[in-house]
Each structure stands twice: as C-alpha cells, then as structure tokens.
Design a binder for this molecule. Structure first.
Ligand code: XMP
Length: 329
C-alpha cells in the first residue's frame, strides 16, 4: 500500500524533527490496535528511547496479558514493562456497584500506576522523559474543523469519548500522535506495513475499563471475573473456529450477577447465568445483533454449562443499538 508507506515515512520524519537525539518517550499500551501501531511506529523512528508500559488491571480477558506481552516482545520487539497492578485495582473496586464510579476508580488507579512508572523511569534515566505517545485517531481528535491541509471533511460522526481517564496533567509531556489523521481501517493498513500480526490487527475492540463493565455490580464478588473469563473464551474461540470472527464487530460474554434455578442429575441447582452478546457495526455508534445458526448456539451453550463451574444457564442478547448499548454497563 503506497499511500500508507508514504504516511509511515512522513510520520517518521515528523518524529525525528520533534524528538531530539537524547530525548526519551513513554507510551501506555492498552493491548489494542491503536496504541500498538502508534508505539511500533515510534519505535521504528527512535528505537529503545521509547519506553512502553502495559498495565494488568485484573480486568483483562482469559490469558490476555500473556498473549499481548508475547506479541509485543516476540513479534514487535517493543521495549515494554508489564506491571501487574491487579491487586491494586481490584482492592479499589471492592464493593463498588455503580458503573460510572467503577470507570472513575479505574481511571484514577491507572494514572497512579502510570505516574509510578514514569517516576521510576526518570530515576533510571537520570532525566525526565519529554514525550508521550498516544494512539489518537482522526475521529477522536476532530471537534468541528479538520486540520488545514488534511484534506478531510467532517462527514463522519464523532464518537463520544468515555475512555479511561486522561494522563497526569502536571507531567507536562509533549504529545506524539502519529495516527491522528487516520481512520481505523488505515491504522490497520499501517500496522500491516509495520509487521503487526494480522491476528492482532483484527482484534475486536475492547473497552478500557475491561471486564469491569461486563460484570454487573461488584466485580470482586465471588468468582465473577474468572467465571466470565472462561465463558467468554469458549464463546469467542467457537466464533473463531467457525470462521465468523472477522464478520463480527464485537462478541463477548456478560456476567449479569444473576442466579437462577437449574437441575443437574436429580439435584436442584442454584447457579449463575451468563449472557452472550455479538454485534455487527460500522463504528460502534449503532449496531445490530448478530444472527448465529442454531447449531452453533447449542454447542456453545452446552460447552459453557458443561465446563464452567457455577453456571447453569446461558442466554443470548438479541437487542440492537439503539435501544441497547453495546456494553451492559
Ligand atoms: P456502548 O456500550 O457505549 O459502546 O454502546 C460503544 C463502544 O465503546 C466501547 N466502550 C468503551 N470503550 N471505555 C472504552 O474505552 C469505556 O468506558 C467504554 N464503554 C463502552 C464498547 O465496547 C463499544 O465498542
């Protein structure tokens, strides 16, 4: 793709003109496409003067930390520090039921962890990092008028941002936003030129607050997170095995924290239910629920009730957006 090759070279030139030979740059990786492509591009420009951090907030999916870290290290050779802050996040979330409160707490804890990372780095380098990389895309930046000369019009809907927090304002870091003129599909093309694996570039979007918005109510109650992870993994893996992953915008399990009666052998059971949600969408603003074959659903349901402890019922979310949102919280 020649156009993206040009974009890449242009961005690298811009980074060279901004970042001096002794300057250091930091970047928080979310495990998503945007921050990964942005970091890979900056790494290509300045090498190991880029310092990335990946925070395990205890709200990631099944084996997600292992998977993204191995992609960063083995495929992309990115210098990434992995911080396991799950205890810290989950302790802060204990007893919290309100979704907005959960988002706030997660944002706040993230800033604390990032702040710590930056301070440690400063000690190690003997100087402050000057720059911060962010994977901001064009639809995120533009309020009313596109940057002059970008050739963009603003016919695209602006996505309302309910992302996790911001970063500490008093750090006074200068921003590097190499994707800020690009749309999602262009970021994928750029990632492909940068050798980011296809399996990574095609990942479904995942909300910043992670599984916290997929467990209704207190996320720390009982085995909610672990149960959700297992059910989610079975569902998503079945979708991949059936070759349906790429035609679906997002697919995931939800843990509504609801118990119901069941029967196993000749025993009455009282156990949790799991909901499955899969949607198609262009941009996440509106969405249609995805139509699965009966046979697929029967297999997934059986597999979940047979292998996930504490679950005796599986339901399917058949609501579009609007009136429902994509996430349940
Ligand atoms: P909703 O639930 O608002 O979701 O229909 C639209 C898209 O945004 C994602 N989403 C979030 N992403 N932080 C994020 O970074 C959040 O708090 C958040 N809430 C929802 C959702 O997964 C979907 O892609």
């Amino acid at each position: 793709d020649w156009k993206m090759q040009d974009v890449l070279e242009e961005e690298i030139r811009t980074i060279h003109s901004m970042v001096g030979p002794n300057d250091h740059v930091i970047c928080a990786l979310s495990g998503g496409v945007d921050s990964t492509v942005a970091a890979t591009l900056v790494h290509k420009a300045i090498g190991d003067r880029l310092h990335c951090v990946f925070v395990d907030n205890g709200l990631l999916r099944y084996k997600e930390r292992e998977w993204v870290m191995s992609t960063f290290e083995s495929d992309l050779h990115l210098p990434v520090t992995c911080i396991d802050a799950s205890e810290q996040f989950l302790t802060a979330l204990k007893g919290i039921e309100d979704p907005e409160m959960k988002r706030k707490i997660i944002g706040r804890e993230f800033i604390a962890v990032f702040d710590d990372f930056a301070r440690n780095l400063e000690k190690r380098l003997g100087k402050r990092p000057e720059f911060l990389v962010q994977g901001t895309l064009y639809p995120d930046v533009i309020e009313s008028c596109p940057p002059p000369g970008s050739g963009r019009t603003h016919s695209h809907t602006i996505k309302s941002h309910h992302n996790v927090g911001g970063l500490p304002k008093d750090m006074k870091l200068k921003l590097i936003e190499p994707l800020k003129l690009l749309f999602k599909d262009e970021v994928r093309k750029l990632g492909s030129i940068l050798n980011v694996p296809e399996s990574f570039l095609k990942r479904h979007p995942f909300p910043g607050p992670g599984l916290a918005v997929r467990v209704i109510g207190d996320v720390t109650k009982g085995d909610a997170l672990d149960t959700l992870r297992q059910a989610d993994e079975i569902f998503v893996q079945a979708i991949k095995d059936a070759g349906l992953y790429d035609e679906i915008w997002q697919a995931f399990a939800v843990f509504p924290s609801v118990e119901s009666v069941g029967v196993q052998g000749d025993q009455r059971t009282h156990a949790y239910l799991v909901a499955l949600r899969a949607i198609t969408s262009e941009d996440g603003m509106t969405a249609d629920w995805y139509y699965f074959e009966h046979k697929f659903l029967i297999n997934v349901s059986n597999k979940i009730t047979n292998s996930v402890r504490g679950v005796n019922r599986v339901v399917l979310d058949i609501t579009s957006k609007p009136p429902a949102t994509v996430e349940w919280e």
